[in-house]
Design a protein around this ligand. Structure first.
Ligand code: 5RP
Length: 221
């Protein structure tokens, strides 16, 4: 029987468990693929000390499995962070934030020694930009940031009815051909009022576990 997208997500989540050292506090991402990983962590919960969550939703799911959720400030540096992506290239540059958790994801990733990205094969692209790029914005800066984004060639759209875990807004930006993600990540973050943007290029993933019909492929940058 053909594998579904969920089968591929489950397969990469299972493969990611091998990257979790015994007795550690593990960084945990957000989204449907990260949810499969949380469910796998539930099965090995006695082998880890706890987890740092990148969203309230992931914290809830971790706690539902009886896994202790630790604040990043208490945890210190983490050995590994496991999360999905909306798009990823062979350089392991990513667009993230489809679930709106990009800022906490970027913080936990930055505080982790190894970023293991878990994706089904549909996420692998040659150039980032087909998936609209999420930008988290302080509410009072919404219009200003939108004008600056237009000046950079993007078409911003406010994610309606959505507030981030940090109390901010998300602009989803389409129309960008992201040939230099490191440069664009920096330029967008330099706009006043931007909390962060969903490009993860300055700190790319270290390992990509890609779910394909032929099995889980491991890519490194
Ligand atoms: C959430 C994210 C997710 O990693 C991204 O949206 C992928 O989600 P999914 O695994 O459901 O496809 O960045 O902010």
């Amino acid at each position: 029987m053909a594998m579904t997208q969920d089968d591929l997500k489950r397969a990469v989540a299972q493969a990611a468990v091998a990257h979790v050292p015994a007795d550690c506090i593990v960084g945990v991402g957000t989204g449907s693929t990260a949810n499969f990983f949380i469910d796998e962590l539930g099965k090995i919960k006695h082998r880890i000390r706890g987890a740092v969550a990148s969203s309230e939703a992931s914290a809830k799911r971790l706690q539902g499995h009886g896994i202790e959720v630790v604040s990043l400030n208490d945890a210190g540096s983490l050995p590994v962070y496991v999360d999905g992506a909306d798009e990823i290239t062979r350089h392991l540059h990513m667009t993230k934030g489809g679930g709106g958790a990009l800022t906490r994801e970027k913080i936990v990733a930055a505080a982790s020694k190894k970023f293991v990205c878990v994706c089904d094969a549909s996420k692998l692209v040659d150039v980032l930009g087909r998936f609209p790029l999420p930008i988290e914005v302080i509410p009072m800066a919404r219009s200003y940031v939108a004008r600056e984004v237009v000046a950079l060639g993007g078409q911003p759209r406010l994610r309606t009815g959505f507030t981030t875990d940090n109390g901010n807004l998300i602009l989803d930006v389409s129309g960008l051909s992201i040939l230099n993600p490191v440069e664009l990540e920096t330029a967008l973050n330099n706009i006043a009022g931007v909390v962060t943007n969903g490009l993860f290029a300055r700190r790319p993933a270290d390992v990509l576990l890609l779910g394909t019909a032929d099995g889980v492929q491991t890519l490194t940058a």
